[in-house]
Design a protein around this ligand. Structure first.
Ligand code: HEM
Length: 378
């Protein structure tokens, strides 16, 4: 009898749990909810969200659930995520309503973005507090056009070094490219850590009603660049490399004057509103210097398979899945445009390196002299 009542008790508990789960399921998937994939109580939607190429799943859901809204809602372990798939909606939420939507999610494994003793923190991930505001003002002043004169010399120097490395060890091009970019970055600012997609989401600072839907404080706004850049109205034939979309009238993205456009500044990939990327000028300048130098010196070609003589394929769908996405290793050929160009590149680097060493030597000499003077005076 005792045994039976225990079974009955467990059965009742189990029944209550099922009813609770069912009620919760109805509630979180009810008609007033922002459309999105069906959510499981407590878990949200993680069972079919892959760690790798997560954006492809987000895009698949976009096609199913975004509809005319340009956004949908999903949830991961209690965190609501508003995936924005239309540029106009991203603009409205993160530029027009920037005042309420510019916090950052806390990422406990890295540090507490909400803390206010944030002097040691990394600006892109800082919560929206006075330390972030001060740091952003400082960084902005440092990285805007005004500083171009001070960093262009450095970029030219590093681009020249890179050309010589490409001449001497062309197969190491992925390493030498990254090394060139990080040499510029480290000397000017700091290096970017590898982070997950979620890190640069914007976090809502208050409850809000948006397009008739109720969104709670803490909801993360995730602009889905993969979807913006595949919008066929703005980017016809989105999956193919069509540089003419920037260079020939008739394409939606074409803009004049060509002395000023195309520009990467203000593209969706650099984020939104109060949190927009502060490295846009630097990135653009570096791209122009590095790509200019590269195409001045080399013909870029597919590498040949030595056995078959055929072009080695360059896979376009292989990459890591971190915030800073880079392609998996692949092979290609850097063929100097002519012997003359090659020799000129070698000479330019030799001159730049000698100048640099000279400057360093002079600097060290002056510093030693100043130090000696100070020592004898005291
Ligand atoms: C291709 C290169 C780059 C891309 C695609 C990129 C993209 C981004 C994106 C998407 C954000 C978040 C924007 C948002 O939340 O709305 C961001 C933030 C930021 N980026 Fe970049 N970035 C690049 C290069 C750089 C460089 C070279 C620097 C520094 C020299 C830089 C400095 C920053 C800073 C400081 C923030 C944080 C702004 C804040 O949270 O207030 N970025 N970037």
């Amino acid at each position: 009898m005792h045994h039976l009542s225990l079974i009955a008790f467990v059965a009742v508990l189990f029944g209550i749990a099922i009813i609770r789960l069912y009620t919760l399921f109805r509630k979180i998937n009810g008609p007033e909810k922002v459309p999105g994939p069906t959510l499981i109580p407590y878990l949200g939607r993680i069972h079919d969200l892959p760690i790798n190429f997560m954006w492809l799943k987000f895009y698949e859901w976009a096609k199913k659930y975004s509809g005319l809204n340009g956004f949908y809602l999903t949830e991961i372990l209690g965190t609501s995520i508003l995936v924005v798939t239309d540029e106009a909606v991203a603009e409205e939420l993160m530029v027009k309503r920037a005042k309420y939507n510019s916090d950052r999610p806390a990422i406990p494994s890295i540090f507490d973005s909400k803390s206010t003793d944030g002097s040691m923190e990394y600006l892109p991930l800082m919560g929206k507090n006075q330390y972030w505001a001060r740091q952003r003002r400082l960084t902005h002043a440092y990285l805007t056009e005004a500083s171009y004169s001070s960093y262009s010399g450095l970029m030219y120097h590093e681009a020249k070094r890179w050309l010589v490395r490409l001449i001497e060890s062309p197969d190491d091009f992925q390493f030498s490219l990254e090394d060139m970019a990080s040499k510029v970055m480290c000397q000017l600012t700091w290096d970017d850590p590898d982070l997950s997609e979620d890190c640069v989401a914007h976090e809502m600072e208050a409850d809000d009603v948006f397009r008739g839907y109720y969104l709670t404080k803490g909801t993360r706004i995730l602009p889905l660049d993969w979807a913006f850049l595949r919008n066929p109205t703005k980017y016809p034939d989105p999956d193919n490399f069509r540089p003419e979309r920037w260079l020939e009238p008739g394409w939606p993205t074409y803009q004049e004057p060509l002395t000023q456009f195309p520009t990467i500044k203000g593209m969706t990939s650099f984020g939104w509103g109060q949190r927009t990327c502060l490295g846009q000028t630097l990135t653009q300048d570096e791209l122009i210097v590095a790509c200019g130098a590269l195409s001045w010196c080399f013909n870029l070609k597919p590498k040949k398979d030595l056995a078959t003589g055929l072009d080695l394929p360059v896979p376009l769908d292989r990459s890591n899945s971190l915030l800073i996405i880079k392609p998996d290793p692949f092979q290609m050929m850097f063929e100097p445009r002519s012997e003359g160009r090659k020799q000129q590149a070698l000479r330019l680097w030799a001159e730049s390196e000698a100048r640099d060493q000279n400057e360093r030597f002079e600097f060290a000499k002056q510093a030693t002299l100043a130090f000696e003077k100070l020592r004898t005076e005291t």
